[in-house]
Design a protein around this ligand. Structure first.
Ligand code: GLN
Length: 201
């Protein structure tokens, strides 16, 4: 058990500040992570929303892709929101040809699945692991989870404009949501992740 965890936010691109704020509101120490030394110093990592192709390109360029994959292999808890979900997927559909995931979550994720920017939407999504009420979920060029492997738990689904879709998952100490809880002031998903970091898988 890690009683007083420090959680990093991968700070290559995306809404880093919003995740830092949400983590601090959930009661943990939160720091930006830009290099392998900073990654080695945290107990868990959030991969923010943003643009997964850019985050992937910058991670490769700055030598962080291998350390990130090693951290997943070593069991570091990670939570990816939106672009972060795409980066944690073992398989990406509709990605860019040269886009490389960090991987770790045995699932197939479809990038931009709900459509382009104009198709962004919000919905109240039941999320039993965080309790009542349902979470107000903001979907911005969001992916969905097309299929999951053995051992991946569905945390939430949305009955949205494109049918009933999986939008939050957990497998061991890895978590991902299609939506952006860092944008709404509801810190229950970050608190759930902080518990995963404290108690492990
Ligand atoms: N569509 C973006 C991507 O492919 C994700 C959008 C988001 O994080 N809001 O990375």
């Amino acid at each position: 058990m890690v009683t007083d965890p420090t959680i990093g936010v991968l700070a290559l691109q995306g809404d880093v500040r919003e995740h830092l704020t949400a983590l601090r509101a959930a009661g943990v120490t939160a720091v930006p992570v830009k290099d392998a030394a900073a990654l080695a110093a945290v107990d868990g990592l959030v991969i923010p929303g943003g643009e997964s192709t850019t985050i992937s390109m910058l991670a490769i360029r700055w030598g962080l892709m291998a350390p990130l994959r090693q951290a997943v292999a070593d069991g570091m808890p990670m939570y990816g929101s939106c672009a972060g979900m795409i980066l944690l997927a073992d398989t990406i559909l509709d990605g860019r040809a040269d886009q490389q995931p960090i991987g770790g979550l045995d699932m197939v994720v479809r990038r931009n699945a709900f459509g382009r920017q104009v198709d962004s939407f919000e919905a109240d999504v039941p999320f039993p692991a965080i309790g009542e009420p349902p979470i107000r979920a903001v979907f911005i060029r969001a992916p969905w989870v097309e299929s999951i492997g053995v051992g991946v738990e569905v945390l939430a689904r949305v009955d949205g404009p494109r049918g009933d879709r999986i939008v939050a998952v957990r497998s061991g100490s890895l978590m991902a949501t299609s939506f952006h809880p860092e944008l709404t002031g509801d810190h229950r998903v970050h608190a759930l992740f902080a518990d995963v970091v404290r108690h492990g898988a």
